[in-house]
Design a protein. Sequence first.
Length: 256
Amino acid sequence: MPFTRVPANETWLISKALDAGVPPQDILSGALIVGMQRVGVRFRNKEIFVPDVLMAAKAMAAAMDKATAKERILLAVMAGQAKIAGIKMCQAYRKQYGCRFISVMPTNLYGRGDNYHSENAHVLPALIRKFHEAKSAGVDKVAIWGTGAPRREFMYADDLGDACVFLMEHYDDAQIINAGSGEEVSILELAQLIAETVGFKGEIATDPTRPDGTPRKLLDSSRLHALGYRPAIRLKEGLPLAYADFLSKQLETTQP
């Protein structure tokens, strides 16, 4: 039987999505019901945003921590599908109801409230912990995975919150827009900056027997920058703030 397009599926995009149980349905349908025309992600102390995806991220991190290798792959796939569903639903709400919902794709984030777990943290907070523990233990050499050549872009978390507020006021398009710093460093350069921030004076070695990962991850944020927004906190300025956050968490765990 040849494939035929169903007009109702295009006209009633959200109605069909809600029937199918698409993950972000509760948030966006709730925003529609109360007449909210702009929806973004509530990040840190930016209280005008909904929903609070930070709790969902923490739940996912906890699940990952306890999962087997196969379960981790499944969870990663589920997370990716949920993100795509959220983007497509924002676009569908615009088409069916005229809601001015937008989707923002952030680069790698760091800053207050980050996860510094020794096994499941992302590269920047993981290196903060690694160099801090090496300094505290008097270790004179720290090895990082891979050659140190891959390049990554980082954005301080508060800057993403400010970027989202800016976009809610200045951007109104169905197309997803990237939010990045435009500043990239190699993993080795990042390690050197973190060592300097932490006060580690020893040697930094690479371990080519370990995988490098993707050679380069840099978002094209030219559309955001063309609108007039630029991050306020550069990496060299943000790392001391992130390290202070790490130390505050260490203090919390040692207090009775």
